[in-house]
Write a new protein. Structure first.
Length: 176
């Protein structure tokens, strides 16, 4: 049975942080230094930063849970206000759930929600050395460019990936 998906509220922030404490280091230890992992975690997962994303920046967080245990989450937002292009800012699942279809389930929910909001394309950034790139490619994303982003004294060396959210048939319906 698939996990329950629900939208997060600011009251869920402590649970999101607790979940990320279990996910962040195992996800990045092979590609980032321990100091960079700590710095980025503190910069990206403080209660204040997450609250700002939820309440001011328009990020929608989708939580996956089973038997009241949080298993993973995703966060997305329009690239710009009123834009049909959305960005997947975060998608993480517990290491023990990787390979079970949970990430695909979360991503499918994000895509569906973006489409319902008029989204035509979904973008994401993935570290160039992160094996998750293969997961995204299997889900229909393609690399469109490289991007280097300064985060404090560190650099994120990413691929920007994109996936259309409407098919060619949807874009060019044949008149009957």
């Amino acid at each position: 049975m698939p996990p329950k998906l629900r939208l997060a509220q600011p009251a869920d922030i402590p649970a999101i942080i607790q979940l990320q404490q279990q996910i962040w280091e195992p996800t990045y230890r092979a590609i980032l230094s321990a100091d960079q992992i700590t710095y980025m975690f503190e910069a990206m997962y403080s209660p204040e930063v997450l609250a700002n994303q939820m309440t001011t920046q328009g990020h929608t967080f989708v939580l996956a849970e089973d038997a009241d245990q949080l298993l993973g989450f995703a966060a997305f937002a329009p690239l710009e206000p009123e834009s049909p292009i959305f960005k997947l800012h975060k998608i993480y699942v517990l290491p023990v759930t990787q390979g079970t279809g949970l990430g695909k389930h979360l991503l499918s929910e994000v895509e569906s929600r973006c489409r319902s909001l008029g989204g035509t394309e979904l973008l994401l950034n993935v570290n160039r050395y992160n094996p998750a790139r293969g997961f995204y490619e299997k889900q229909g994303f393609r690399v469109i460019r490289e991007e280097d982003i300064a985060i404090g004294p560190y650099w994120m060396n990413d691929f920007v990936m994109a996936k259309p959210l409407v098919s060619q048939v949807d874009q060019n319906p044949i008149a009957a």
